[in-house]
Structure formats: C-alpha cells, structure tokens
Design a protein around this ligand. Structure first.
Ligand code: AVJ
Ligand code: FE
Length: 434
C-alpha cells in the first residue's frame, strides 16, 4: 500500500474532528441542561462530564503534547481524568456547568485546528500521518457512542430521532460460512490511525471453522429464552450462571414480556422486539450461553478477524470485509445514521469475500477472547488507553455498532468490556469447529 499524502490526511483529520463535534453537539443539545448534569445510571457519567472530558483530552494531546502549549485550565485536569474518579462518583464533582464545558471544548477546538494547520504531518511518531488528530477524533467518537448509551439508559420521553434502516427481504442465504484453515495476517502496521492495541501486523495459524453468515437475531434469541434457556444451568458458564441468578437476568436489557409478546424500550419509545434485527444489549455470559444452547460457541477474536479480513484469492488481509475502500452507507450501518441495527440481510455490498455479512456496524460482536496484547505490542502514546486493561477480566468485542463512527471502526479495531456489561450496543454471532 502506498502511504497517503499528508495533505489528504490533514483534510481527513479536519473532517473527522468536525464530524465528531457535530455529533457531540447533537447529543448534548437535544436534552435539557438538567439532563446534562444528571446521572442517568451509575454505569455512566453525566453527559456534561463526557463533554468537558472530550475537550480536556484534546487539550492534553493536541495543544500540550503536539504543540507544547501551556494548560488553559490546569486545575480541571484531575476532574476529567477517567482514572481519578469512577463514573458513579462524577456527578458529585465540581464539574464545569454545561455552558462552561461547551465554551471550554470550543476554545480547545479552535486552537487545535490552528495546530492542525501548522503542524507537519511527517516525522515525529505522534504527528506522523496525523496520528494524534486521528486518535483524538476517535476518542471523541468513542465518547459519542458512550453518550448514546447514556441516552438509551435515560428515562423520559424521546429526545433523539433518526430514520430507520431500509427494510430488506428476509435473509435467506446460507446460515454459516466455511473459513479455511491456514495462515492469516492479524492486526496492522500500516493503517495510519490504528491504535496501539491493533498493532503490529503478525501471522496467526487458524484451524478451519464455520461462522454464522449474519449476527444472531432477536427471533433466534427469543427461541433460546422460550426454550427455558435462562433457567437451564447446562448452557451457562459457572460465573455466568451465578451472575444471572444473583441479578435476576432473564432477557436482554430493556426487554419486557407483556401480553404474550416481547417489548423493548429504545431511546424513550416502546416497541415490539423486531425478530429480524440482530439481538442487542446482551452480556458476554448470555452470548456464551446462547451459543452452547445452539450447539455452537463464540468465535475467537482471531477467527472473527480472519472472517472479516482474509481474502482467500490473494492470501492478504483487507482493511474491511469488502476491501480497502472507506465505508459508505451501502457497506454498513455506522455513525448513528440510524439509531438501531439493520435487519439481517442488509448491506450485501458489505459482505466479506467468503460471504460473511454485517461484520462491520450494526452491533458490537462478543468474541470468546480475553483482551490481550499482540506479540510485539508497545503502548502508544499512553499506557492508559489499552495496556492497563490487558488481562482475563475483559472480553473483546469486534466490528463496531450503529452508534460508532467509521473513524473508530475497521477490520482491526478492538473494543473490550467486562463480561457482565450489556448497556453497550452488544450482540454476537456464533461459530463451530469443523
Ligand atoms: C475502548 C470503548 C473501552 O470507553 O472506556 C474512551 C474508549 N478510552 N476514553 C472506553 C476510551 C478512553 C474505551 N473503550
Ligand atoms: Fe475518554
């Protein structure tokens, strides 16, 4: 692959930062001020924390680290350091009120765009190919997804709207796809804005396997529930069974049974659970139990990435299932364009060479793998992005959701969370050995 012209990367950085800020603005103006400072769930920060934290990270990396500027408001760094205060504690901090948070983020942005214009995007690793600017755009978009989760947890009337995805004829292709064994290149050393945990590119040997052609649907998941899946210890891991018993988990988050049907609350509106949509808001334990009930298992992270990137014709790994081109609305459901996953069978143009569909966008997909560094990993530019999370307590999710922007989503992108979490936009697909 030829390196991308720095001037094009400068334009891309500007575009990515602007797209992120437009989304942040929407997520923080569609509710009252009191909704911005309230805590809608102990799992989440008040929206006004995310807003100022976005500005503070941008100040730390683009103004201080890249441009060597003095702190604008050094006294607030501690408030917006995610490691100093757990989310549940954040509402009781002396946070900047909404107007001040907005003004601060806007002031940082004005200066950051000035830095972007003047900084050579070659040389230093932090600015090479615009990395720091791409990293900060990804950071803001990740918080935009987090803020959308807060919106989903918020009680009260609908604040956000978006058109639904195009209806499609129900998926009637093969239910699973054979992925041949053999070597495959995982991770990347060439994607300019890939984060540290996606690096470096390295070879893996994978035995052949089968993987679901589409994500597990609400309809299929309902069959598991109705077969007594939540009451049958056989399907659950030890920890999973203990967890669902203790917390009374008996269906995906936001679902409830009423009048003989499953309803769910979505951004302030209650609807009948649509059977053809990928299941959403399940934890790793639920995904693992469903797979066992279905006589299958979750794919490993390596299998997921091979299914998404391996081109059997060339033996090379692609950026996306469909090839090298950036995502368009024909490829995948990304960027909060819709506020829900698209029914399975959507986006045929986004299929992998082997015919696996909807790997990118729609729902984050749980894998069986712990979040671990690749061989040759080095923390960059800070160990609190990935390194401090490596270990068996986090499981990897892949592929992105409808809520994440394309700047923070690609075939190599890795997300992670605790196996009990289900407020995130998580679903899954299953796999099996040959
Ligand atoms: C990669 C989504 C797990 O939200 O905790 C945001 C992203 N890191 N700010 C998170 C992140 C620092 C991170 N996840
Ligand atoms: Fe952050």
């Amino acid at each position: 692959r030829s390196p991308i012209d720095p001037e094009i990367l400068r334009e891309r950085a500007l575009d990515a930062l602007t797209t992120a800020r437009d989304r942040t603005a929407l997520l923080t103006t569609c509710v009252d001020e009191s909704d911005l400072t309230a805590q809608h769930s102990p799992l989440m920060s008040p929206l006004v924390w995310d807003l100022a934290h976005i500005g503070n990270q941008e100040e730390l990396w683009l103004l201080r680290a890249v441009a060597g500027r003095e702190a604008i408001r050094p006294e607030i760094d501690g408030l917006y350091d995610a490691f100093e205060h757990p989310r549940a504690e954040r509402p009781s901090l002396p946070l900047l009120p909404p107007d001040e948070a907005r003004r601060y983020a806007a002031e940082v942005r004005g200066r950051a765009l000035d830095v972007l214009e003047r900084t050579p995007l070659t040389g230093r690793r932090l600015t090479e190919a615009g990395f720091a600017f791409g990293m900060i755009a990804q950071h803001e978009q990740q918080h935009d997804e987090t803020m959308l989760i807060t919106h989903q947890l918020r009680k009260g009337p609908q604040a956000l709207t978006a058109p639904d995805p195009e209806p499609v004829t129900p998926y009637d292709g093969p239910s699973e796809v054979f992925v041949p064994g053999g070597p495959f290149i995982m991770g990347t050393s060439t994607e300019p804005w890939a984060l540290d945990n996606e690096r470096p590119a390295h070879q893996r040997q994978v035995p052949p396997f089968y993987i679901d052609a589409v994500p597990v649907t609400n309809g299929a998941y309902t069959a598991f529930i109705e077969d007594g899946g939540y009451d049958d210890e056989r399907w659950w891991s030890l920890e999973g069974w203990a967890h669902i018993r203790k917390h009374g988990v008996e269906a995906p988050l936001f679902w409830r049974r009423e009048g003989g049907q499953w309803l769910r609350r979505r951004f302030g509106v209650t609807e009948v659970v649509p059977p053809d949509e990928p299941v959403l808001h399940v934890c790793w334990y639920e995904a693992d139990a469903y797979a066992r009930w279905a006589g299958r298992r979750l794919p490993t992270e390596i299998e997921w990435e091979k299914a998404a990137r391996h081109d059997p014709a060339t033996g090379r790994s692609r950026r996306y299932p469909w090839g090298e081109a950036d995502p368009t609305p024909e490829h995948a459901n990304l960027g909060q364009r819709h506020l829900r996953p698209a029914p399975v069978g959507s986006y045929p143009a986004g299929a992998s060479p082997l015919g696996v569909r909807q790997l990118i966008g729609d729902v984050w997909e749980w894998t069986s793998s712990d979040f671990l560094p690749y061989p040759g990993f080095t923390a960059f530019p800070y160990k609190e992005y990935s390194q401090v999370f490596f270990g068996p307590e986090y499981k990897v999710l892949r592929g992105g959701s409808f809520a994440v922007d394309q700047v923070a989503c690609r075939g190599t992108f890795r997300n992670w969370d605790y196996p009990i979490r289900r407020q995130i936009f998580s679903g899954f697909r299953t796999a099996r050995d040959v």
